[in-house]
Each structure stands twice: as structure tokens, then as C-alpha cells.
Design a protein around this ligand. Structure first.
Ligand code: SF4
Ligand code: SF4
Length: 117
């Protein structure tokens, strides 16, 4: 069973590459739709459990070995990005400076906008 939304009523698909899987259980721990579970030292996929795969991608994001592929509900392998190296990330002060320096300036033109837009 999937969570129906205005855009999707079907589950996403989840594939585990058991050659890469180390059965750490992290994916099952964070799984939001709950199709993933750990049993007998193996991760299993059961789309009939709870909501089925909602395509949130948490499992693939936390998997330390890249053993999970999630597709469907507008998520695919190209949705995932590498996390930047720690030394390239902003510290608190830099982040605060960036946010304080940011401005949103909205200027509008005197013209009709189609209802669809
Ligand atoms: S997080 Fe990855 S390595 Fe760990 S159990 Fe899940 S698929 Fe296997
Ligand atoms: S994408 Fe989300 S709901 Fe689907 S198996 Fe992974 S964690 Fe669970």
C-alpha cells in the first residue's frame, strides 16, 4: 500500500544489492514507509507493510555501502548528491553571515499573469 498523494498512488521500488549489503540495519531503522525490515541478519523488502515505499530516499542516503536503489515517485539514483567534505562546509559564523547578507527583492510588472501560471 502506498501513501496516495495528488501525484502518486503507487509505491516506489526498492532494490537491495546483497553483494554490497553488510546487514547493518541502518536502512530499516530510518525507513519511513516501513517496507524495509531486518530479520535473521538480512534486510527484507515487503511493500505490504504499513505504507510501503514512499520514495523518501532515507535508506539510500544512510546506507554506508551504496547497496540500495530507490526508484519511482519522482526519485531515482540521479536524485542523490554526494555530501561535501567536512572541510568545505560552512561553519556557524559563515552560515549566519550568508543568511544575514541575503536579500529577497521582489519587483512586479504591470501585466496579467495567466491563471495556469
Ligand atoms: S544500510 Fe545498506 S548495508 Fe546496511 S543493512 Fe541496509 S542495505 Fe545493508
Ligand atoms: S525510500 Fe523511504 S520508504 Fe522507501 S524503503 Fe527507503 S526509507 Fe523506506
Amino acid at each position: 500500500m502506498a501513501i496516495p498523494t495528488a501525484r502518486h498512488s503507487e509505491t516506489a521500488t526498492v532494490r537491495i544489492d546483497y553483494e554490497k549489503c553488510k546487514a547493518c540495519g541502518l536502512c530499516a531503522k530510518v525507513c519511513k514507509g516501513a517496507p524495509l525490515y531486518l530479520e535473521n541478519d538480512k534486510v527484507w523488502v515487503d511493500q505490504t507493510r504499513y505504507f510501503g515505499c514512499i520514495g523518501c530516499g532515507h535508506c539510500a542516503a544512510v546506507c554506508p555501502t551504496g547497496a540500495i536503489v530507490v526508484e519511482g515517485r519522482e526519485i531515482s539514483q540521479t536524485s542523490f548528491m554526494d555530501i561535501p567534505a567536512k572541510e568545505t562546509r560552512a561553519e556557524n559564523e559563515e552560515l549566519m553571515a550568508l543568511m544575514l547578507a541575503r536579500r529577497s527583492i521582489r519587483e512586479f510588472e504591470e501585466r496579467e499573469v495567466e491563471q495556469k501560471k
